[in-house]
Design a protein around this ligand. Structure first.
Ligand SMILES: *[C@@H]1O[C@H](CO)[C@@H](O)[C@H](O)[C@H]1NC(C)=O
Ligand SMILES: *[C@@H]1O[C@H](CO)[C@@H](O)[C@H](O)[C@H]1NC(C)=O
Ligand SMILES: *[C@@H]1O[C@H](CO)[C@@H](O)[C@H](O)[C@H]1NC(C)=O
Ligand SMILES: *[C@@H]1O[C@H](CO)[C@@H](O)[C@H](O)[C@H]1NC(C)=O
Ligand SMILES: *[C@@H]1O[C@H](CO)[C@@H](O)[C@H](O)[C@H]1NC(C)=O
Ligand SMILES: *[C@@H]1O[C@H](CO)[C@@H](O)[C@H](O)[C@H]1NC(C)=O
Ligand SMILES: *[C@@H]1O[C@H](CO)[C@@H](O)[C@H](O)[C@H]1NC(C)=O
Ligand SMILES: [Zn+2]
Length: 791
């Protein structure tokens, strides 16, 4: 009895926490790192950073900018999400799925190049990330590495044909035996490393992949505790879990555990080969910069500005006004990678929500240009836009006179520097002529300071000693001021006030917002709430869908750029009121080579909206403060869209995904449901409304039908559930619509790789390598004793 209990607990433990699917570990979660091995996320980052050094210069990879870090995260995130699908074996090169796997890599490479050429960096990063997953799994799931080593290769030479257009792989037939049982029922170690038969290139079968069922017991299994294929076709139970995968450093999950580090290193080299050979060699330098987030300044907002301004002009100029009561579906919007400017028309609630969704990961805020309706001079009726401006750290910029409209362009230009670190972002409601004070530290890493406000008629700055800091541009040529009705922007360049704690004093004229930012090497790159997920088990930390849930603690991860000696996260209300220090979100020293990474459990999520700040001491011993612009709106419902983040929509194909809603609010409630997307492919939501008792879970279906001739590329999809008594939740999915899949014609194939000829291929490559005809810098990626030792 006792024994049974122990075994059952053991199994439960593995099922709940470590359940392993068919892949390298997806993400760099602290819990998994070190124990599991080198994740897809780390492999992807290391491969790309080496490429950066080649394209963008030495040092570009040491501590990348926020935008580059974000690009890396997007690619690595899309890669990790492939593990949500453990049914389609070709995603992981399982079960000798070489033909479909290769086809997939060719398609994804082609679509990535097309996306970059359309300037669609979101789609390009998602497509590339997914391709890299399949590339990396090839080395963990096939016996290519074992063949390389047994043939005497001294360097980790990747397969030359993976993902290359015009190239096809041909598997051994279903009757060719590839594996024997391991000796003595061992699951890993020496006894199990000799289970391969010398037949040629093969890969392990994994239970639960219907298109790739193990045809005989003499085919290899993926292996590991949870691979049901290792039990099939009469294998004695004793041999359960045997196989050939090199996914992890755990014997329980990876029979070929001793090859894990080499498999991961080879996967990194192969990722780099794929990125360069299939993608970046086919695009221009500017397009490479776009793909990897190194395009600050390349894609200036002002390229598109004149067109947009004409549109705005049409409805803000008095004599051009239309009927203000008319609702529009979409708002006129100027939208690039860094900023969004919206002309705040009378837009339907769904249109406003979509704008909010599209700016989810913006480095810089939404600025609204609102005509201050003179026919409604006392109203502060901003139709919901002021809320969205506050949520994104932007301003509502009201213009009323035609002369203001002339000046607005200059004003917006001042706000549109994409390269600033946020120090303080606050807002609130005041009586007319109220004075409101905020204190904040200035540190010497700030090379410039930009104050921008709305709803403020004037402001003053006070030095740490209480004296007024002179802000008169006629006295100080480093100061530049722009005013636009009750909006002010002030830029201090070069001689920034000395380090210390300052007070800014605002004279308000109603609802107001203030943002203080500056150019600095020390900034908060990102902060996000995550959860353990990954079908069929819980394998990695993935960003949550929608907002975190009030009253619950959530796992979180964050990154800082630059040097500092001490720092801690804080949650604060938009009015700057302190909510809680996040002392358990700690520095992750093992992954410090990607900037400073933090991970940990947040304190209980508050009921009201909050902002994330980092407060600390820089390496000069001065106090610093940084803020993340986007406000977080906690929710009383949890939304889940399984597989949605990896959603690939094929033009001409209808997809239905189930959405789960959990009412966590403790109150019975009725929730209104809607879904909208950028490209109008959402055609149906199966319920308009869902009634849920406290704690109850419900579901509805979301149907998407991209037309055959749909515009391919990224598509933001917003799913919203709104409570009548409690607050709802909104989740944003960035999906990619790709062109219809295309069969590769026999006549297009110029290079054929037969699985039975792989050994000869390897021998030829080794010979070429030795003659110096094949150059490999495998030493770029050094893993020693489980730790990254540099590239
Ligand atoms: C993508 O595929 C199309 C159709 O086969 C082909 O014409 C095009 O050259 C390919 N593009 C790239 C970048 O491989
Ligand atoms: C992509 O962006 C560049 C730089 O702004 C621009 O010159 C080019 O025309 C854009 N390409 C497309 C297809 O929009
Ligand atoms: C003026 O403001 C009020 C209150 O905010 C609003 O109900 C009304 O529709 C507005 N009128 C116009 C013409 O915008
Ligand atoms: C501030 O002024 C300096 C000097 O004129 C200029 O280089 C910088 O771009 C300005 N910054 C902003 C955000 O306008
Ligand atoms: C704001 O701060 C200034 C400088 O410290 C001080 O003189 C003033 O009284 C403060 N005003 C308010 C409303 O707190
Ligand atoms: C951080 O400090 C190191 C060592 O002093 C220096 O080499 C590096 O440039 C600094 N990084 C930043 C972003 O300031
Ligand atoms: C490998 O298999 C292919 C296709 O079945 C066959 O044409 C070829 O002769 C085989 N090569 C060797 C070396 O056996
Ligand atoms: Zn996988």
């Amino acid at each position: 009895m006792r024994g049974f209990t122990v075994v059952a607990l053991h199994l439960l433990f593995y099922l709940a926490i470590l359940q392993h699917a068919s892949s390298f570990i997806p993400t760099d979660t602290k819990a998994a790192f070190g124990f599991f091995g080198i994740s897809h996320e780390t492999q992807t980052k290391n491969a790309i950073k080496v490429i950066w050094e080649g394209y963008f210069g030495k040092g570009s990879a040491t501590i990348p900018s926020a935008a580059m870090t974000r690009a890396l995260k997007e690619i690595a995130g899309a890669n990790a999400f492939v593990d949500e699908d453990q049914i389609n074996g070709e995603l992981h090169f399982d079960g000798e799925s070489f033909i479909l796997g290769q086809q997939r890599l060719i398609d994804l490479g082609n679509w990535t190049v097309q996306a970059v050429r359309r300037n669609d960096s979101i789609a390009a990063r998602k497509l590339l990330g997914q391709a890299l997953h399949t590339v990396q799994d090839f080395y963990s799931h096939s016996n290519y590495l074992e063949m390389l080593l047994s043939t005497g290769a001294k360097k980790l030479v990747p397969h030359p044909g993976l993902g290359v257009e015009g190239t096809m792989f041909y598997p051994l037939g279903p009757t060719v035996n590839t594996c024997n049982p391991c000796e003595n029922a061992l699951q890993c170690g020496e006894g199990c490393e000799k289970n391969l038969l010398p037949a040629g290139l093969t890969s392990g079968y994994y239970g639960g992949e219907p298109a790739f069922k193990k045809p005989t017991k003499y085919k290899c299994s993926h292996g590991g505790l949870l691979d049901t294929s290792s039990l099939l076709f009469g294998s004695p139970v004793l041999y359960a879990g045997q196989g050939i995968n090199k996914d992890s450093k755990s014997c329980k999950f990876s029979p070929h555990v001793d090859y894990h580090e080499q498999a991961a290193n080879l996967a990194i080299i192969a990722s780099r080969q794929y990125i360069i050979g299939v993608v970046t060699s086919k695009i221009t330098m500017n397009q490479r910069a776009l793909l990897f987030g190194n395009d600050l300044g390349l894609n200036s907002l002002w390229n598109d500005y004149p067109q947009w301004w004409d549109l705005v002009d049409d409805f803000i100029r008095l004599h051009k006004r239309e009927d203000p009561s008319v609702f529009y579906r979409r708002a006129p919007m100027l939208h690039n990678a860094w900023h969004t400017f919206v002309a705040a028309k009378n837009v339907h609630e769904h249109g406003i929500a979509l704008v909010r969704a599209m700016t989810r990961d913006k480095l810089h805020p939404i600025q609204f240009v609102k005509r201050d309706a003179e026919e409604n001079a006392t109203g502060t009726d901003y139709l919901g836009w002021s809320e969205v401006a506050a949520e994104t750290g932007g301003h509502v910029i009201k213009v009323s006179e035609d002369e203001d409209i002339e000046k607005a362009a200059d004003f917006l230009k001042m706000l549109s520097n994409p390269d600033l670190a946020e120090v303080l972002s606050v807002g609130g409601a005041a009586q007319k002529d109220d004075v409101v004070n905020y204190t904040f530290p200035i540190d010497s890493t700030l090379e410039s300071l930009l104050f921008s406000t709305s709803g403020v008629s004037s402001f003053e700055l006070f030095s740490p000693d209480g004296s007024r800091y002179p802000l008169d541009p006629s006295m100080n040529k480093n100061i530049r001021v722009r005013e636009l009705s009750d909006n002010i922007a002030l830029n201090i360049s070069i001689l920034v006030p000395p380090a210390g704690t300052y007070t800014v004093s605002l004279k308000c004229s109603g609802d107001y917002t203030l943002s203080i930012s500056g150019k600095s090497d020390l900034f908060l790159v990102g902060f996000r709430f995550t959860e353990m997920r990954g079908r069929p088990g819980h394998e990695g930390a993935f960003p949550i869908f929608g907002s975190p849930v009030t009253g619950q603690s959530s796992l979180a991860e964050a990154w800082m750029h630059g040097n500092f000696s001490k720092g801690a996260f804080e949650f604060r209300a938009k009015q700057n009121k302190f909510i809680a220090e996040q002392s358990s979100i700690k520095i992750d020293s093992e992954l410090s080579h990607h900037g400073t990474r933090f991970e940990g459990q947040s304190s209980s999520i508050p009921a009201d909206d909050f902002m994330v700040y980092m407060k600390g001491v820089n390496d000069q011993g001065e106090e610093f403060q940084r803020a993340l612009l986007h406000m977080i709106s906690p929710s009383h419902v949890k939304l889940d869209l399984p597989k949605a983040e990896a959603a690939m929509l094929e033009a001409g194909k209808t997809v239905t995904i189930p959405v789960t809603v959990v009412n966590t609010g403790g109150v019975d409630d009725s929730f209104e449901i809607f879904a909208v997307d950028e490209k109008d492919v959402v055609t149906d939501v199966s319920k308009d409304k869902i009634n849920l008792k406290a704690g109850e879970t419900g579901t509805f279906d979301l149907t998407m039908e991209p037309a055959q001739d749909a515009v391919v590329g990224s598509n933001h999809i917003l799913v919203s559930v709104k409570g009548t008594k409690t607050r709802g939740n909104k989740a944003v999915v960035r999906a990619v619509i790709h062109p219809p899949r295309r069969e590769i014609l026999e006549s297009e194939i110029t290079q054929r790789y037969y699985a039975n000829e792989t050994e000869q291929l390897i021998k030829d490559m080794i010979a070429k390598e030795e003659q110096g005809k094949l150059r490999l810098r495998s030493e770029d990626f050094i893993w020693r004793d489980g730790a990254f030792a540099g590239y």
